[in-house]
Design a protein around this ligand. Structure first.
Ligand code: ADP
Length: 394
């Protein structure tokens, strides 16, 4: 069997899957948490075989070795016969990486250089790449960038209205993130509806949340920007705010760069407003009558509605709206609350289909409106595996 090993290295974690790029089937997958400590934890499964235990993982290299051992024990050893490539998720591709890229030493250095734009994310991805290249030196390694799908945004959408020389010098533009998911989901919608000329809006609502406008397969707008902080209200991130607030807080609240970073990335969003970062807990609190949670919910929904309206205008029409990721796939309440206000666009939800627990890709509109509404489970690992396999056999 020719599988792709997909690696997603976070600052203190390593997620992995062994994926058949043709079918998307994962023969093994796992998560190693608390990487960087001697009190790490492994959760691994391949078929019926489950392996959960504490592990010592002082760094990402140790985590890759733990994964290799877990694969061996589970009956899916990682050998050049069974694995055709390693696909690495890399968050930021900067200006130069606009497509999945075969990794060599030069590419590694360039990803390192781009880390200045994504200090919270790229160093971890790079640690994963370096460790895996050492353990599997004979396999092709492919970097798949979260920003790539948006590298072709129209200039008017990608450009911030600040001094253009300063912006050029520091590579400041809208890059967008979750691109692998937006690309995968919009392609699924095209094949489900049997049309490649669709005007689509995709809502990726997880802990991080972003929305994109896709016209005939090309991304023309997206809500995340230079960093994954812009746009929608998220679990702990603020999304859009008046940049003047940062200037004001730095003057009156004694917040330095690190303090502002913590505030916007870790203490804002539904957590900052409503005290819960998990959407299920927020909804429970709202249902129990908690006023702060209710306001957090309303702010979240208001932002969604505002973006969908704006993106319908940017697209000059709308054929499909699709929900994906943790909240988008699992919360009929959020879907209904957002769509309730979009009837004027020709959106008509079928309440029964919306509430159904069916986990697959499906339509949830009533068929009588102008806009198809869908839920499509995202599958970034499969998308990464497909890209890596394509690049590896070139
Ligand atoms: P990440 O951005 O970390 O990949 P996910 O896409 O896995 O996140 O989404 C995680 C979020 O999905 C959780 O914080 C939780 O709020 C939300 N979620 C998961 N299941 C449900 C559910 N049944 N109802 C509402 N929200 C859910």
């Amino acid at each position: 069997m020719s599988n792709v090993l997909v690696l997603n290295a976070g600052s203190s974690s390593l997620k992995y899957q062994l994926v058949d790029p043709e079918t998307g089937e994962a023969s093994a997958k796992g998560l190693i948490e608390r990487v960087g400590t001697d009190k790490g934890h492994l959760k691994h499964e391949s078929g019926d075989h489950k392996d959960e235990r504490d592990v010592e993982v002082p760094d990402h290299s140790a985590a890759v070795t733990v994964m290799q051992d877990a694969m061996e024990r589970g009956g899916t050893p990682l050998t050049p016969d069974s694995v055709i490539a390693v696909g690495h998720r890399v968050v930021h591709g900067g200006r130069n990486f606009t497509e999945p890229t075969l990794i060599d030493d030069g590419v590694e250095s360039e990803i390192d250089r781009v880390a200045v734009l994504a200090p919270l994310h790229n160093p971890a991805g790079l640690a994963g790449i370096r460790s895996a290249r050492k353990v599997f030196p004979d396999l092709p390694h492919v970097a798949v960038f979260d920003t790539a799908f948006f590298s072709d945004l129209p200039a008017a959408a990608a450009t911030y209205a600040i001094d253009r020389d300063l912006a050029r010098e520091h590579a400041i533009r809208r890059y967008g993130f979750h691109g692998t998911s937006h690309e995968y989901v919009s392609q699924q919608v095209s094949s489900l509806l049997g049309r490649d000329d669709l005007k689509q809006i995709v809502l990726h609502l997880g802990n991080g949340a972003s929305i994109s406008a896709v016209d005939s397969g090309r991304a023309v707008e997206t809500s995340m920007g230079l960093t994954p902080l812009e746009g929608l209200v998220m679990g702990t991130r603020s999304g859009d705010l008046d940049p003047g607030i940062l200037l004001h807080l730095s003057r009156v609240a004694d917040l330095d760069t690190q303090g502002l970073d913590d505030l916007l990335n870790k203490k804002s969003g539904i957590y900052g407003l409503g005290g819960h970062r998990d959407f299920r807990d927020l909804k429970q609190a709202k249902d129990d009558g908690d006023e702060a949670a209710t306001l957090a919910f309303d702010v979240y929904v208001h932002r969604l509605v505002k973006y969908v309206g704006a993106y319908a205008a940017v697209l000059g029409g709308l054929d499909a709206i699709t929900f994906t990721a943790g909240v988008g796939e699992n919360s009929p309440t959020i879907r209904a609350a957002a769509l309730e206000q979009l009837g004027f666009l020709g959106v008509r939800l079928d309440e029964q289909k919306n509430s159904s627990r069916d986990g697959g890709a499906r339509r949830i509109d009533d068929g009588a409106g102008r806009v198809a509404v869908l839920v499509v489970p995202t599958n970034e690992e499969w998308a990464i595996a497909r890209h890596a396999a394509e690049v590896a056999v070139r």
